[in-house]
Design a protein around this ligand. Structure first.
Ligand code: FAD
Ligand code: MLT
Ligand code: ZN
Length: 477
């Protein structure tokens, strides 16, 4: 633990080692990096380190390790769990990867790409598209989140159903360890059974084991046929059944299948321009689904139409709009991707990033919604997200007629009840957003003692001085 007063000296030494340009202490420059995206956590930092090279990251960590200085890696700072926010001591340093943002190599034949951790997700998607390939990770924050943050949170998003989460999209990593050594496992190999898969431990580690500086990622053939529909469904059970039919009849061409409740449509239309409600009537539940194929001549619109017509006859579907142009498809996606922003503009919210087995989702929603209706009149349920992954953002928004403090005062009780029900269903209290500092207590509550023992042993082996993102993921770390 750094002694108060010593951090000024340490910052001066770091500036001497890295160059003054890499070590920033200006309060104005630091301010936005000291608060998380949701405004839940406010920290302090002795300095912001902005390395330009892997060697400079290594020098920084070797120095901090020797002097027991806490290091908080930061990417785009869009995370939802306070993982990139330092504590309040003012003794920790933030290491931003923003300047490590080179695309090192793209290999269309190997269907892979190697980029540095500070590349924005949207830039990587574009680079792949320019080479007629697809990098499928897709998130509402893709314009500002970084690949390093995606890897470190094992990000999910709207195409997991077809392509998997960030862990499944990763072939190799370059990581600077807590003591400054560099692990170079940037292979583009598809098969490699040589002992423990050490690199995989950094995926989803939220910066607690080392700093990821580069990655080799999987690419896929670009999508050349696309069919997108906004569909009103009878209920969540109907959504799950529709997904199953679509997968079966399309030859598994479904790449996205997102559940959207009525309130999400209303809030987005109300708060974000130019959102358009795609259907004329009011329906309790909708799905936004997309079928894609690398073949240019695949009649996906016809497949979609046929499945929707059958589902209509079976009472699963109430109405549907199939996008007639790329622009119309974009407007459906605009609505979906702006739900989190609309929710924020509407008032306070309580978020629960849960998953249960897909087939159990309808029953979970019925039970959890019934509990909320009878116990939490202060909140309005807005459950949306990635049905195909069994992952819903089971959120509550403040009822505008009820004071924010009264609503927020229910947070602990609501979280406990929802997570307890998730647990009964064999689900997860953190499907895709991670633990950060927000869910440290929940991990302690729900992880088995064996898992916690192993996680602590791994942390100790990788970071014996406990400098890497202290207090995140593991309690007391
Ligand atoms: P940060 O927030 O900067 O950091 C996240 C964590 O990773 C921190 O613990 C940090 O210390 C660590 N870290 C960052 N870079 C490195 C590195 N190079 N090496 C080691 N550790 C590092 N998430 C989803 O999974 N699915 C979604 O659909 C989704 N949608 C979102 C929509 C919106 C509008 C917003 C604002 C967020 C959304 N998120 C979603 C959450 C967030 O965007 C993701 O978690 C994203 O992966 C975080 O990337 P970042 O670069 O912003 O990381
Ligand atoms: C999403 O899927 O939109 C995000 O993961 C959830 C959110 O932003 O609240
Ligand atoms: Zn999500």
């Amino acid at each position: 633990v750094t002694q108060p007063g010593s951090s000024t000296q340490a910052v001066a030494q770091l500036a001497a080692l890295l160059g003054a340009d890499c070590v920033r202490t200006d309060a104005g420059e630091l301010a936005p990096l000291l608060v998380d995206h949701r405004g839940l956590y406010h920290g302090n930092a002795a300095a912001l380190i902005l390395p330009r090279s892997v060697e400079q990251v290594a020098t920084t960590l070797a120095f901090c390790n020797a002097h027991h200085i806490g290091v908080v890696p930061q990417g785009g700072n869009t995370g939802y769990c306070g993982g990139a926010t330092p504590d309040q001591s003012g003794n920790q340093v933030i290491v931003s990867l923003a300047r490590l943002n080179r695309l090192r190599n793209i290999d269309p034949l190997n269907y892979s790409l190697t980029c540095e951790a500070g590349c924005l997700l949207a830039e990587v998607q574009r680079a792949a598209a320019d080479a007629e390939r697809l990098f499928p990770l897709s998130l509402g924050s893709e314009g500002s989140c970084q690949i390093g943050g995606n890897l470190s949170t094992n990000a999910g998003g709207t195409s997991v159903l077809r392509y998997g989460m960030m862990r499944e999209l990763t072939l190799g990593l370059e990581v600077v360890l807590a003591d400054g050594r560099v692990l170079d496992s940037l292979t583009g190999l598809r098969k490699d059974n040589t002992g423990y898969d050490v690199k995989s431990l950094f995926l989803g580690a939220e910066g607690t084991l080392g700093i990821i500086t580069a990655a080799t990622l999987k690419l896929f053939p670009a999508a050349r046929s696309i069919a997108t529909a906004f569909v009103a469904v009878a209920d969540v059970q109907a959504a799950v059944e529709l997904l199953s039919r679509l997968r079966n009849h399309s030859g598994d061409r479904v790449s996205s299948f997102e559940l959207i409740p009525r309130l999400a449509v209303e809030l987005t239309v109300q708060h974000i321009r130019p959102t358009v409600d795609p259907l004329p009537g009011r329906h309790d539940w909708y799905v936004l689904c997309e079928l894609t194929s690398p073949r240019a001549d695949e009649p996906l619109d016809t497949v979609l139409e046929d499945v929707l017509a059958d589902a209509y006859t079976a009472g699963l579907v109430q109405d549907a709009a199939i996008a007639q142009s790329g622009r119309e498809a974009e407007s459906f996606w605009f609505l979906r991707e702006n739900i989190p922003r609309a929710q924020r503009l509407d008032g306070e919210s309580l978020k629960h990033d849960i998953s249960v087995p897909v087939a159990a989702l309808p029953q979970f929603v019925t039970q959890a919604a019934a509990w909320l209706a009878s116990h939490v009149p202060e909140g309005r349920l807005i459950a949306y997200g990635h049905v195909g992954d069994g992952n819903l953002h089971f959120n509550l928004n403040q009822d505008p007629l009820i004071a924010a403090e009264k609503f927020l005062g229910r947070a602990d009780e609501v979280r406990r009840a929802i997570h307890a029900l998730v647990h009964e269903f064999g689900g997860s209290f953190s499907a895709e957003h991670g633990i950060g500092q927000l869910k440290v207590g929940e991990l302690e509550r729900y992880a088995s003692p064996v898992e916690l023992d192993l996680m602590r042993a791994i942390k100790l082996a990788f970071d014996p001085n406990g400098i890497m993102n202290p207090g995140k993921v593991l309690k007391g770390s």
